[in-house]
Design a protein around this ligand. Structure first.
Ligand code: HGY
Ligand code: MN
Ligand code: MN
Length: 396
């Protein structure tokens, strides 16, 4: 049973024709472009007589085998992207999953366990925190007041999210993704088998000052929120560096108010993010930052999202390794610094994550590139791992 190279690569080209204007690919969460890509998923399944369903918040699923059976094998990823992103982050995993379903159907494989492909919504979403569709699917969403306030900025209702919790009936999850880093490329390895996914902890930070006329307020008289924030960012960088690799810290969203050239900024809002392998250390980084900020500034700091690091399934890791060995594929077991839907799924079932290299480790960028032979090899390892799981009822 083989992966159809031509069909796999042309499906990837097809879905990536769906994008908003601008550089690279833009299919932001909960926009017409993400909707169109999810419709493409359903139409493609329909064209291959693959049974589909959509859940209440719009996650889409295609299944081969007895969909009412238990112990289902789930392959997933996402079709939304960052703004001006690449062709492979998310789309690779969904399209390779569809190709696996088509190969299984074509070969008339008798499946002991149904195989389903999912495209989860909002993996890149910022409003409710990323990997949102898969967290809803896994029943991981907490409906506290802060969440409910943010929910109003999305097209979803509380009922739709609660009804989308539907992971029962599946017991193993697999995701194929580009590495989005340089480790595979640097070591000349063809496949990454991920054993752990770094956690994410984000804070919403507001720094207050006093808006003033930029021409009349003397420098010594100012309460400039932006210069206060600049000092806080440099202290955040120093704190993160003091913990050393693999801990990383980023401020990627930052807004100045009122953001006018002739007004001394009165307020600055930003999201501060820490990632790493141990949640206690990540909390210590944010605690040190918060203590420093609150000691000398007028700030408001609240938790945005926290996703603990996840350990992936040893069973699936071993299957992935044996598939690579049998195929003569060079592999390495590695951690993922990027988050993935596999992190959500690892809370409720055995989960595995397979990487292929991407050029210069570039991702979240129009220049993102994965070579066709790596794409095909990744799909073949995905298919091989699915077949090993077929013989292992409910991922023992
Ligand atoms: O943030 C991440 O790691 C993922 O790309 N959403
Ligand atoms: Mn991404
Ligand atoms: Mn991704």
């Amino acid at each position: 049973m083989n992966i159809n190279r031509q069909r796999l690569l042309s499906m990837l080209e097809e879905v990536n024709r769906i994008s908003a204007e601008g550089e690279g690919v833009t299919r932001l969460a909960y926009t017409a472009e993400e909707d169109a890509a999810l419709d493409w998923f359903v139409e493609t399944c329909d064209a291959h007589s693959i049974e589909t369903r959509r859940d209440a918040m719009g996650n889409v699923f295609g299944t081969v085998g007895n969909s009412s059976g238990d112990g289902g094998i789930l392959i997933g990823s996402h079709l939304d992207t960052v703004k001006e992103g690449g062709k492979y982050d998310g789309a690779l995993g969904v399209v390779a999953g569809l190709e696996v379903l088509m190969a299984l159907k074509e070969n008339g494989e008798r499946l002991d366990r149904p195989v389903t492909v999912a495209a989860f919504r909002g993996e890149e979403a910022n409003i409710l925190g990323g990997t949102f569709g898969s967290r809803a699917f896994c029943g991981l969403v907490g409906f506290d007041d802060t969440f409910m306030e943010k929910l109003e900025q999305t097209p979803f209702t509380e009922r739709e999210i609660r009804e989308s919790a539907g992971h029962e009936g599946y017991s193993d999850y697999l995701e194929l993704h580009i590495e989005q880093g340089k480790s595979l490329e640097n070591s000349g390895t063809e496949i990454g088998i991920v054993d752990a996914i770094a956690g994410i902890r984000r804070l919403d930070v507001t720094v207050y000052g006093e808006a003033a006329h930029s021409g009349t307020m003397a420098m010594g008289e100012r309460d400039d929120a932006l210069t206060h924030a600049a000092g806080l960012l440099l202290e955040f960088e120093r704190i993160v560096n003091s913990f050393g690799a693999p801990y990383v810290g980023t401020v990627g969203t930052f807004s100045v108010h009122p953001n006018l050239a002739n007004v001394v900024p009165g307020r600055v809002d930003f999201v501060l993010e820490v990632r790493g392998p141990e949640i206690d250390m990540m909390r210590r980084i944010t605690e040190q930052f918060t203590e420093y900020a609150e000691a000398g500034h007028n700030v408001k700091i609240s938790e945005n999202v926290e996703k603990p690091p996840s350990a992936l399934s040893d069973v699936i890791i071993e299957y992935g390794k044996s598939v690579c060995r049998e195929a003569g594929v060079r592999y390495e077991v590695m951690m993922s610094g990027a988050n993935h839907d596999a992190n959500s799924l690892s809370s409720v079932m055995n989960s595995g994550l397979i990487f292929i290299p991407c050029l210069n480790g570039v991702s979240h960028n129009p220049g993102e590139y994965a070579a066709p032979e790596d794409i095909v090899r990744g799909a073949e390892v995905l298919l091989g791992t699915v077949m090993k799981l077929q013989g292992n009822n409910c991922g023992q």
